[in-house]
Every structure is written in structure tokens, then in C-alpha cells.
Ligand binder design. Sequence first.
Ligand code: DAH
Length: 337
Amino acid sequence: MTLSDIASLQSQALAEISAAKDAAEIENLRIKYIGRNGSLPALMKNLRDVPPAEKPAFGQALNALRNAVTEALNSRKSSLEASSAPAETFDFSLPGNWHASGSIHPVSAIIDEVTRIFAQLGFTVADGPDIETEFNNFDALNTAKHHPSRDARDTFWLGNGLLLRTQTSPVQIRTMLAHKPPVRIINPGRCYRRDTTDATHSANFHQIEGLYVDTVPVSLADLKSTLEHFAREMMGPGVKVRFRPHFFPFTEPSVEADFSCHVCHGKGCSVCKGSGWIEILGAGMVDTRVYKHVGYDKDCYGYAFGMGVERLAMIKYGISDLRLLYANDLRYLREFI
Ligand code: DAH
């Protein structure tokens, strides 16, 4: 045994220890080097044969070997434990983080529902801009030159004959100018009127327009059955529809349609203000003067209808004040959907 044997054994032991990958390997190395039958005790036995003058140096070298190996085993063990422990303990039983995903606004819900019902009847969704021409919003819809709705006190005029549309009816004109009959569209959209905001009025509101024009006969009976189907789908199977004569410049004849009150079923309550009926929409057979404006043959047949979305939402969801729809109070809006 030489001192350099001890030194090379030490460096071999330290190299193996630092390469150890788990607790079992570390234990095996402990047994191999400093265990009872390991390398170190074997060298200790050899100490007897070392000349007395060299003994202290050998003794010191063997002690240093034991200390170095013991320390290396301990530090390798604790560094392995530290790296295999999970970085952070996670409690799977804790409730998850809740993120609000939003909900459908009552106005959008009504638009979706009405669109779904008419889509089943073959209506496609048409679109038009909020800024319209006087021609599309009034002239082509056969509105008299001095009709009060054209007044600047009712309509937001933008100059150059442009305005914020007061109704979705101009989409009828856009559709007929762009497509030959048959056309069968509905158009949900935003409208503007110079109204002072109160429980039932808003300067900014929504309508849904419907138009069906064909070259084969389409009658008032078709309009009535379509609207009756819509009423039942929208408000429930027991709902009845009542048609009253009315006037709109772009339909002849014109009607207003009332639905029987879905709350009291016609008996009279606060929702229908005691009458048993709720006014829902305007409709009629398209006036031949409108066909002339869009270049359609005067022998076309068609009907149109239009309804207020906020009004439908208020009736369907029992909302007493239109302003609640736009106050952006989530506590209120979450009540519905
Ligand atoms: N545009 C009308 C309004 O704002 C509603 C309306 C009535 C639309 C009759 C129509 C219709 O298409 O045929 O009061």
C-alpha cells in the first residue's frame, strides 16, 4: 500500500459518489468504500505492515479518506433529495380559479331567437349600415316628402343627405336593389331616433326587419300564418295573434299585430295593462310603389314586417324599464341568461 494508492482510491470514490443517481446507489457506494467489508477497513488492516515511521502519514491519509467519502455521500444524498422533491406541493382538493366567461345580453338573446325561428322558415340574414341615405330610409319606402319622421327633431341628420337610420326597413331596399325576386330575408340591426330616454324609449335601439317577395302569389294569409308561427315559437304554443288595420307608407294593406298576453293568457294583467293583448310588430303587403323604386316588376307579391327588439326583450323577460338593458349592471343582466 502506498499513499498514492490511497489518493487514487479517494478520487475514484468521490467520482462514483458524485455520479450516483439515487439513494440506493449511494448506499451501495457507502457499503463499497466505508462499510464493514469495504475498501477503507481493508486498508486499515494493512496499516499493521507499514513501517512505524510512516504510520502517522498513512493514518492521516486514511482518516482524510473516510471523512471525504462520508461527507461526499451525505452531500450527494441531500442534493438528490432536494432535486427530486416537487417544487411546490399542490392540493388537488382546492376549488379551481373561477373566470367569468360572460353571458348573452337579453337584446342579443332575442335577436338570436328570432333569427333561429325565421331561419327555419327559409329566411336568410341580411345586413345594412347604420348610416343610410335619405333615399333608402325614406324615399324608396314611399315616405311622403313632408312626413314628420323626416324632421330634424326626430331623425339624426349627418349632412349630404345621410342620416342615422330610423328603422331597419332600408335593408328591404338594399336587398331588392341587389337581388332579383324571390328574396326572403330578416335583418336585425341598430336604429336611431331623437327620442329622450325614458322607461320605454331610447335614442338608440334595435329592430328586426323581415321581407319576403316572390314572383308567385304571396298573400296576407301567408303573412298571418308566418307571424302566428313566429308568435307560438317565441312566446309559447298557446299564444294567439290579433291583426289590426294600420298605416305604414311602404305596405298596403298594413297591419299591426298584437300577441295575447303570455302572462295572463288574455285575462288582463299589469304586463298587458289590463287589455289581454300586447302590441308586438308592424307588417303588411309590400306597396307596389316600393317595387317601382327598386326596379321590381309591379306584379311581384310580397310582405314585410318589423319589430322592436328591446320591446320584445322587455315583454319576454318581464323588464319594466328599458334603461336597465343599457345600464351595464352585471348583477341585473346575469338574472336573465
Ligand atoms: N319600420 C316600421 C317602424 O319603425 C316598422 C315596420 C312596419 C316594418 C311595417 C315593416 C312593416 O317592415 O311592414 O315603425
